[in-house]
Design a protein around this ligand. Structure first.
Ligand SMILES: [Ca+2]
Length: 262
């Protein structure tokens, strides 16, 4: 994992911003690039990710913000300048609504801005802080609770699907806990992306914690490993690489997976 801004590992969790900090912003992302599609074959990956997170409002404030997001972004993506607060550490006035951003975002947005629907919401965004699809989300009701979210992408149907659930049983008042968005990720994203999370607090305060994360993709890269000498047996080739490469190359043959240590 790579941390930037205020994000830090903390007792097996990741804290994205300090609660005593008026405006806090942190990113945590997977260190390696993840392949989402393959230009040569035109193949799209299926992938699933599961994460457990907590959004907490501080000091029983009735107003808080700004939110927590999972993102897929071009490799090398860093916290943009002037992206604190309602831009969720993902966009600024230059990159927002620009196709060049090449971003897909799942946001848990706790603060209503001009561009937002008139309620806290969960949304799926493409290249914009404005959600392409969204649903009402009661952030206040679930303050301090641990939530599980699952995101999956089906490369055949091109559906990006999201669902979430709270470990504590208080969800009956919430009508919708799922959302889906049809998108051809070959048009939306570069072949390889950076995946990670952003937590942004405004001057009203809000705490974001990631407890658990796994990511699995199924893009079959057999035959796509560059410069694999045909005469050299594969185990020898792998043995010639460092330990890190052995595991990543070996993993890429069937599936790539990431597990956050518990
Ligand atoms: Ca907002």
């Amino acid at each position: 994992m790579v941390y930037s801004g205020d994000a830090i590992p903390s007792s097996g969790d990741i804290e994205f911003n300090r609660v005593d900090d008026a405006i806090g912003l942190g990113h945590a992302r997977y260190a390696d690039a993840v392949q989402i599609w393959d230009r040569k074959s035109g193949k799209l990956s299926d992938f699933t990710t599961h994460f457990t997170f907590i959004i907490i409002d501080t000091q029983c404030n009735t107003v808080y913000g700004d939110g927590f997001a999972f993102f897929l972004a071009p490799v090398g993506f860093e916290i943009p300048l002037n992206s604190t607060g309602s831009f969720l550490g993902l966009f600024n006035t230059t990159t927002d609504d620009s196709p060049e951003s090449q971003m897909i975002v799942v946001e848990f947005d706790t603060f209503v801005n001009d561009w937002d629907p008139p309620f806290a919401h969960v949304g799926i965004n493409r290249n914009s802080i404005r959600s392409a699809v969204y649903t009402f989300w009661n952030a206040t009701l679930h303050s301090g609770m641990s939530a599980d979210a699952w995101i999956s992408y089906n490369g055949t149907t091109q559906m990006l699907s999201l669902s979430w659930r709270y470990s504590a049983e208080n969800t009956s008042r919430e009508m919708t806990t799922h959302l889906s968005y049809r998108v051809d990720l070959r048009e939306a994203l570069p072949e390889k992306v950076t995946i990670g999370f952003s937590g942004a607090s405004s001057s009203f305060g809000e705490r974001h914690i990631l407890r658990y994360w796994e990511f699995n993709s199924t893009l079959d890269l057999v035959g796509e490993i560059p410069n694999l000498p045909k005469v050299m047996p594969v185990p020898m080739y792998l043995a010639a690489l460092g330990a890190r490469e052995v595991s990543s190359v070996g993993a890429s043959m069937t599936a790539a997976s990431i597990n956050l240590p518990r």
